[in-house]
Design a protein around this ligand. Structure first.
Ligand code: NOJ
Length: 492
C-alpha cells in the first residue's frame, strides 16, 4: 500500500479513537440573520447507486472500484450506495424533516451524457434530475447544484482526463447543456468540488482514480485545467445564460493552520497561499494568477531539479483574465486545522506539493486531537478570506464530522454546534457568510473508506433493500437551530 495512504489511514484512526467533544465560546449574538441559508450536502456517486441503470455510462469511480476493490477499505463500491436513484422521496422526506433552506447535490455527468460528450443524451438521466429539482422547489428547498464531484466519465478519462487541455472544452460543453436543461429553476451552481484534494490524490499521490502517480507535476496540471474549465464555464454562463439570473461559484477545500512557534510568523500566510490561495488567488484576488510565493518557489525548485521550466504551469495573459473574477461566491469546504512548522529537512517525495510548501504538518499534542475539531480554524479561515478577497460572499458548502455511525452522535452534535458558533462569530465580525451546508445529509459511500466511516445526520440501514434512513441526535439538534435560527448553548 502506498506510504502516504498508510500514514493517512493511521492518522485517521488515531483521530477517530481520540476525538472528544470540543468547546467554543460565543462572541455576540446567538441569532442567525433571517436570510442566512441552512443546508445539507451529498454527491451523486456517494448516494445514487444505479450505476448502470437506465442508460447511465461508466465513470472513473465505477471503473476504479470494480477493478480495484482491495483499494477500498471494505472492498465496497457505489453500485447501489444508499439507493437514492430509486429512493429520492426518502431523501426528500428527511430534507423536509430538517426544513433546510437549500440542498446541495451533484449531477452525475454519465447519467446524462453516458460517453461524456454531449452529442448523445440519456433522457432517463435528464428526467431524474428534473424530478429532484421540481420536488425540492415544491418543498420550498433551493437546489445548490454541483456540476462535478469526482466522477469523471470514463470516456473523457481515456482522452487524458484533467491533464489534457481537452477536458476544458468537454467540461464547458457539458456545463452548457446542464444550464440549458435546468437553469430555468436552478439559481445556484458550483462548477467543481474540491479540485485541489481531487487532483492531488488522483494525479499526484495516485490513490484516487485515475491512479496517476506524478506528484508535483500532474496534480499541478490537473488544477490548471480545472481552473480554466471553471473560468470558461463562468464566462459562458454570464454571456449565454444571463437571463437565468443564476449565481455560480466553486467549492474549495482548505484547512486552517495552527502555528505553535512564534518565530514562524510568516508561515501561516505561506500555508494559506499554498492551500486555499492556490485556487482562490487566481479567481478571487485583484491581481489574479497563482499566488506569487508558489510561482516563485516552484520555479526555483524546478530549476534546481535541472528542469528547463517550472512544474507549475503558467497562468498568464488571456487565461489569467478569464479566470480572474470568475465566481459570484466562494464555496468553502472546511473540516479541521493542522499544526505546521518550517521543515527542518526536505519533506515528501521529490518533487511534490509537500516539498514545494517547505513546511511540515505535525501533531503538537499527540495525546490530544484538538486539531480535528477546531471551530477556531473555521472562524480564522473566514476572517482570512474577508481580508484577502475583499469580503466575497462565502457559502460553507461542506463541514462535518466522521464517526462509526452512532445514532446518539454526541461528538457530531457538539462539532456542529461549535462550528455554527464559529460562523456566528465570523458573521458578528462582519464576514460575508451567506450559508452553511453540513456534510452530509445521510451516511454514504466515503470513497476509499467505503462504508466504514460515517458523516450523516441520518443513518442508513444498509441491510434493508430500501436503505431506510434514521435520524441521529445531530439531526434533531440541527433541525432545532434551523427552525429557531438561534444557537442555544444548552442544546448540546
Ligand atoms: C470532501 C468531499 O467533497 C466529500 O465527497 C467527502 O465525502 C467529504 N469531504 C468527507 O470526507
Amino acid at each position: 500500500m502506498n506510504t502516504i495512504f498508510q500514514l493517512f489511514l493511521i492518522g485517521l484512526l488515531l483521530t477517530l479513537s481520540k476525538l472528544e467533544a470540543c468547546n467554543y465560546s460565543s462572541k455576540g449574538s446567538v441569532q442567525f440573520p433571517g436570510n442566512f441559508s441552512f443546508g445539507v450536502s451529498t454527491s451523486a456517486y456517494q448516494i445514487e447507486g444505479a450505476w448502470n441503470e437506465d442508460g447511465k455510462g461508466v465513470s472513473i469511480w465505477d471503473d476504479f472500484t470494480h477493478k480495484n476493490p482491495e483499494l477500498v477499505r471494505d472492498g465496497s463500491n457505489g453500485d447501489i450506495a444508499i439507493n437514492s436513484y430509486h429512493r429520492f422521496d426518502d431523501d426528500l422526506e428527511i430534507l423536509n424533516d430538517l426544513k433546510v433552506d437549500h440542498y446541495r447535490f451533484s449531477i452525475s455527468w454519465t447519467r446524462i451524457f453516458p460517453n461524456g460528450e454531449v452529442k448523445y443524451r440519456n433522457q432517463a438521466g435528464i428526467d431524474y434530475y428534473n424530478k429532484i429539482i421540481d420536488k425540492l422547489l415544491a418543498s420550498g428547498i433551493k437546489p445548490l447544484v454541483t456540476l462535478f464531484h469526482f466522477d469523471l466519465p470514463m470516456e473523457i478519462q481515456k482522452m487524458g482526463g484533467f491533464i489534457s487541455p481537452l477536458s476544458i472544452e468537454y467540461f464547458v460543453q457539458y456545463a452548457t447543456e446542464i444550464f440549458k436543461l435546468y437553469g430555468d429553476r436552478v439559481k445556484h451552481w458550483i462548477t467543481f468540488n474540491e479540485p485541489w484534494f481531487m487532483c492531488k490524490l488522483a494525479y499526484g499521490d495516485g490513490i484516487y482514480p485515475p491512479l496517476i502517480n506524478a506528484s508535483g507535476i500532474a496534480d499541478y496540471l490537473c488544477i490548471d485545467s480545472i481552473l480554466k474549465a471553471h473560468g470558461a464555464t463562468y464566462r459562458r454562463f454570464k454571456s449565454h445564460f444571463k437571463k437565468q439570473k443564476g449565481q455560480i461559484g466553486i467549492s474549495l477545500n482548505s484547512p486552517y493552520f495552527i502555528i505553535a512557534d512564534s518565530s514562524d510568523k510568516d508561515i501561516l500566510e505561506r500555508a494559506m497561499q499554498f492551500n486555499l490561495g492556490y485556487l482562490a488567488h487566481p479567481i478571487f484576488s485583484k491581481a489574479g494568477g497563482y499566488p506569487e510565493v508558489m510561482v516563485k518557489d516552484i520555479a526555483k525548485n524546478s530549476f534546481l531539479e535541472g528542469r528547463i521550466m517550472s512544474r507549475l504551469p503558467s497562468l498568464e495573459g488571456e487565461w489569467k483574465d478569464i479566470v480572474r473574477g470568475s465566481a459570484d461566491f466562494l464555496g468553502l469546504n472546511y473540516y479541521s486545522s493542522a499544526y505546521i512548522r518550517y521543515a527542518s529537512q526536505p519533506v515528501g517525495r521529490n518533487p511534490s506539493f509537500e516539498r514545494d510548501t517547505n513546511y511540515e504538518t505535525y501533531n503538537k499534542f499527540p495525546s490530544q486531537s484538538s486539531q480535528s475539531c477546531d471551530p477556531a480554524g473555521l472562524e480564522g479561515l473566514l476572517k482570512w478570506i474577508r481580508k484577502e478577497y475583499n469580503n466575497v460572499p462565502v457559502i460553507i458548502t461542506e463541514n462535518g464530522y466522521r464517526d462509526m455511525g452512532e445514532l446518539r452522535d454526541d461528538n457530531r452534535t457538539s462539532y456542529l454546534k461549535t462550528h455554527l458558533q464559529a460562523v456566528l462569530n465570523a458573521l458578528n465580525d462582519g464576514c460575508n457568510v451567506v450559508g452553511y451546508t453540513h456534510w452530509s445529509l445521510v451516511d454514504n459511500f466515503e470513497w476509499l473508506f467505503g462504508y466504514t466511516i460515517k458523516y450523516g445526520l441520518y443513518g442508513v440501514n444498509m441491510t434493508s433493500p430500501k436503505r431506510d434512513r434514521v435520524a441521529k441526535k445531530s439531526a434533531k439538534f440541527y433541525k432545532k437551530v434551523i427552525r429557531s435560527r438561534i444557537l442555544q448553548m444548552e442544546d448540546v
